[in-house]
Design a protein. Structure first.
Lengths: 682, 292
């Protein structure tokens, strides 16, 4: 950092040989095994890995707050030279107050709902810095301004529920900064935020570091997010650090097969096609001997499965880096010599798609009970076509009406106006079905042709019914009973990569990826023509994301399925979709074939999404600037919905008249007043 | 396709059984309730004397080897009457609790599922029923329609149903919004299969706790009615009635009053412990989804 004082050269946080075990069912399960890390003042360290690798445990150990039931079985965590896990309660509190700020996962839940945000920040200020009420308020306003919240003097008097998710996250950061910490521990700080908001929050971390010179430890499963902020990285697998060093060097040339696997699982916005992924899951980590990653590792040899776990050894990659790199792999040189991950992407297949499956014309959904001249309907005048075997992606931030459209197609909401028609297959001469009716009133054959897959596999399965039962139910509605139904269930299970033996399990006995496969199996069991996939991979770890994306891709060829693929993640969309429809506040602003939309000419909103997503890709080299803007909550009654956030809006035109469609050929069109030549990417 | 095959045999997915309720408080509660039920059923075998047989010569005696708990003012054996005394109230409260739970669960789930005007109207009706004190409503019904067992059962059901509907509705509301219910609706299932398959198993904990609580409240209510002279008629052996009959002799033969109270207390405490135990056992369940 710019100023290197005497104090800053020292080590601020030192984790040495830390082992933590968690008591479960009368057994002690190791969560962290012999973890050593050190962080100098002003440094930013990222801790990455799949869920279940011990990242969050490490974060809570850094603030001296272990989860109930866990126990330190060895090692220490020293913050500014003092052990935070061994001291008495008072010492630990003092240490925390003076040195550490913590931003927990899900900021919305970490704020007290009944207290104004200014009072919450003020409480910390009065406790840690002995301020009086008036001084605390003034300082709270300053802190809220520092985290770049708009109108901080008004915002201090708001309650958390009046803020958006991104704003709550910023308040949580302000809260952590209130005690003037030297170390900021961030646990999954951008999970659940929209791309644009995420880029804004990440840019904030960068600027805070520069302004305050504090150290960051950022725990995340999002490799892109950490590479934008942290220059050092620690990759964790099964409770051990397997690779550590310079972030860019590690992403350019990973020295551990796990880092390599993670990187090859991430869908890239700049690379078309499906990511390669890696087999298995963290639960496969062997406890007996050798390297925990060996069962999933393509480089594994016999030597990897015997003896002690490999120790961290310096990486010899010939590159000069500020930070030395270490990797715990016996076959480091082979890993370094292997071809880069880009070579293993499954390229998009050219497909002949003609027969239309779903046709939506002028769909409008209005939730308002009374007409309100200041706002417009939630979803307005949406045209959409999905052809047989085609993946159409519906893209937009939260609140853009993506899910509303899906629910309307599924018959769970009634449209206010518009047509939704599901075309029957031409070979079988099926009649088209009107999907504006509610699910209960549809013809059973039309009903089962449309199937939903949900975002959260955990809540989409009944916890008290076996997963086999979840799949049998739609089969029963199709008229299959007894042995016939069980055969069909096993066939559907095989289609999604589950074994027949899984049928007797309860959802809690399956991993997240397996649960999502059951969700897909349930949809397949209905015999669909159209699958509505609502953020199906966004809650999964990257390695599972890659495998579920591949599964979806395989299934559409096997069953000639049309997908309406809803996602806020452009990289995932690029991996799977044939066509993209960009939605802002329930209005389509751009649509077209995937390569065209990801090409040069875009609607200003698409460009904002794209820039935010590009800046947070693993190994992105652009300086992260980030926009602090967030989508409005209600669409306007007239004009372009995006005008308030648009840098190019034309006064007197964009706020009055609905923008016209500008056709750019090959079905690519943009709904904007600004002529596309001006709107082109520089 | 190799990366599509999910490894089945790992530590997290090893088959586990549904946990049996083995909490001490639950076991103690179930034991006390079971003991009372068994005693009531087996009273004819256990009782040393017929419960309604007066014997003027033995009236108002303390405990002795012939009468372990003494006798009352008519010379009836207190032990025999205590053993028989739970039958009437238990029969009534059990039937009323079952009826309450059945109606309450169905209506509670229905109103949570339907929402809209149905929910609105039902809730206002329940508010008006809830605003009348239970014992008062029961007294009015008994005075008007007589104190036969069916009347009391029906009256207790009507009085306690609203509270149960509300509790079940609240529990069901947290379930109907979940994706698996949405999935069931999207595949066109009607209310009954959705309630039976998707909602009911996930609110079973609430229903069990409510059942035990309601049973104990109705038990107390029926005993109170008997005490006030509106429930069981003399010479029926009934704990509430016994307390009422013998309370004037409290200083002379205290056991005749205390014994039925203790008997009633064991049942109530048992029911409450069971309710508590269910709540805690199922509470743990909720996190792991029915697994340990």
């Amino acid at each position: 950092m710019s100023v290197v004082t005497e104090e800053r050269t020292g080590v601020l946080a030192e984790v040495s040989g830390l082992s933590i075990a968690y008591r479960h069912g009368g057994r002690e399960i190791p969560v962290l095994r012999d973890v050593s890390l050190s962080l100098r003042a002003g440094e930013a360290l990222a801790v990455v890995g799949e869920s279940g690798c011990g990242k969050s445990t490490l974060a809570s150990a850094l603030v001296g707050q272990l989860r109930g039931g866990s126990r330190v079985t060895g090692g220490s965590v020293r913050i500014a030279g003092r052990d935070i896990l061994a001291g008495d309660a008072r010492t630990v509190r003092t240490l925390r107050r003076q040195q550490i700020g913590f931003v927990p996962q899900n900021a919305g839940h970490s704020l007290t709902p009944s207290m104004r945000v200014g009072a919450q920040v003020g409480e910390v200020l009065r406790a840690t810095r002995g301020m009086d009420k008036r001084g605390a308020r003034a300082e709270a306003v300053r802190l809220l301004a520092q985290v770049r919240l708009p109108e901080p003097d008004k915002l201090v008097d708001r309650y958390p529920h009046q803020l958006s998710g991104g704003q709550q996250q910023r308040v949580a950061v302000a809260l952590a900064l209130a005690g003037q910490p030297r170390l900021l521990v961030l646990d999954e700080p951008t999970t659940g935020l929209d791309v644009v908001t995420q880029a804004g929050v990440l840019a904030l971390f960068g600027s805070l570091r520069a302004a305050l010179g504090i150290s960051l430890v950022m725990v995340s499963h999002d490799l892109g997010a950490v590479s934008a902020v942290c220059e050092r990285i620690a990759v964790m697998y099964a409770g051990r650090v397997v690779e550590t060093g310079d972030t860019r060097a590690a992403f350019r040339l990973p020295a551990h097969p796990y880092t390599r696997g993670l990187l090859s699982s991430v869908a890239r916005i700049a690379v078309p096609g499906l990511p390669a992924g890696m087999p298995g899951s963290v639960a496969d980590a062997q406890e007996a001997s050798g390297c925990a990653f060996a069962p999933r590792c393509e480089f594994a040899q016999d030597a990897c499965t015997t003896g002690a776990a490999p120790r961290l050894a310096p990486v010899v990659d010939g590159a000069a880096a500020d930070t030395p790199r270490f990797s715990a792999c016996l076959r480091q040189s082979e890993v370094l010599a292997a071809p880069a991950w880009e070579a293993r992407v499954r390229p998009p297949q050219p497909r002949e798609l003609d027969e239309p499956l779903l046709q939506i014309k002028g769909l409008t959904v209005d939730y308002r009970r009374r007409p309100d001249p200041r706002t417009g309907p939630t979803v307005h005048d949406v045209d959409l076509t999905v052809r047989r075997g085609e993946v159409v992606a519906l893209v937009g931030e939260s609140g853009s009406g993506k899910s509303t459209i899906a629910w309307t197609i599924a018959g769970l909401r009634r449209p206010t106006s518009g047509e939704i028609v599901l075309r029957g297959s031409e070979e079988n001469a099926e009649a088209p079905a009107d999907l504006t009716r509610s699910a209960a009133r549809r013809d059973p054959a039309a009903r089962r042709k449309v199937q939903l897959v949900f975002q959260n596999a955990g809540t989409s399965l009944n916890p008290r019914r076996t997963v086999g039962d979840a799949v049998l139910r739609p089969l029963r509605l199709r008229g299959l009973r007894g042995e016939q139904a069980r055969e069909e269930r096993d066939r559907v299970f095989a289609d999604v990569g589950l074994e027949p033996g899984h049928a007797d399990r309860f959802p809690a006995q399956l991993s997240g990826g397996q649960q999502q496969r059951v969700g897909i199996a349930r949809a397949l069991a209905g015999g669909p023509a159209l699958v509505l996939a609502d953020e199906v991979v966004s809650a999964l770890d990257v390695s599972l994301q890659a495998s579920v994306l591949r599964l979806l891709d395989d299934l559409r060829d096997e069953h000639e399925l049309g997908y309406l693929f809803i996602s806020h993640d452009l990289a995932v969309v690029r991996a799977l979709a044939d066509r993209v429809v960009v939605l802002y506040l329930g209005r389509v602003c751009e649509e077209g074939p995937i390569e065209r939309v990801f090409g040069e000419t875009n609607h200003p909103y698409t460009r904002l999404l794209m820039d935010s997503a590009l800046a947070t890709e693993p190994g992105a080299h652009e300086q992260l600037t980030g926009s602090d803007g967030e989508p409005e909550s209600a669409p306007p009654a007239a004009g372009c919905a995006f005008r308030n956030r648009c840098a190019e809006h034309i006064d007197g035109l964009c706020d009055r008249e609905t923008p016209p469609w500008q056709e750019l050929g090959e079905g690519h069109r943009i709904r904007c007043h600004v002529p596309v030549e001006i709107g082109a990417r520089p | 396709m190799t990366n599509l095959t999910v490894h089945a045999s790992n530590a997290r997915t090893r088959a586990r059984r549904i946990a049996l309720p083995t909490r001490p408080s639950l076991l103690a509660g179930l034991f006390l309730v079971g003991l009372n039920v068994v005693v009531a059923l087996a009273a004819p075998l256990l009782a040393p004397y017929p419960p309604t047989q007066p014997s003027a010569l033995d009236a108002i005696e303390g405990s002795s080897s012939a009468h372990w708990l003494g006798t009352d003012q008519l010379g009836r054996d207190v032990l025999s009457r205590v053993l028989y005394g739970g039958r009437y109230a238990m029969l009534i409260s059990l039937s009323a609790a079952v009826l309450t739970v059945v109606f309450g669960t169905v209506l509670g789930c229905l109103t949570a599922y339907r929402r809209g005007w149905f929910d609105e109207v039902l809730m206002r009706i329940l508010d008006s029923v809830l605003s009348v004190p239970a014992i008062l409503a029961l007294l009015v019904v008994v005075t008007a329609l007589g104190s036969g067992a069916p009347v009391i059962i029906l009256a207790a059901t009507i009085v306690y149903c609203p509270a149960l509907i509300r509790v079940v509705r609240a529990a069901a509301l947290s379930v109907v919004g979940l994706d698996y219910v949405t999935a069931a609706r999207a595949r066109g299932e009607g209310f009954w299969p959705i309630m039976a398959r998707e909602i009911w198993p996930n609110i079973l904990d609430v229903v069990l706790v409510e059942f035990a609580m309601r049973a104990s409240w109705i038990m107390l209510l029926v005993s109170s009615l008997s005490f006030l002279g509106f429930g069981a008629n003399p010479p029926t052996p009934d704990w509430g009635l016994m307390v009422s009959e013998n309370r004037s002799l409290l200083t002379v033969v205290p056991l005749a009053t205390i014994a039925p109270i203790v008997a009633l207390a064991t049942l109530i405490v048992g029911l409450n412990l069971a309710a508590d135990g269910f709540a805690k056992a199922r509470g743990i369940d909720r996190i792991t989804g029915g697994l340990r």
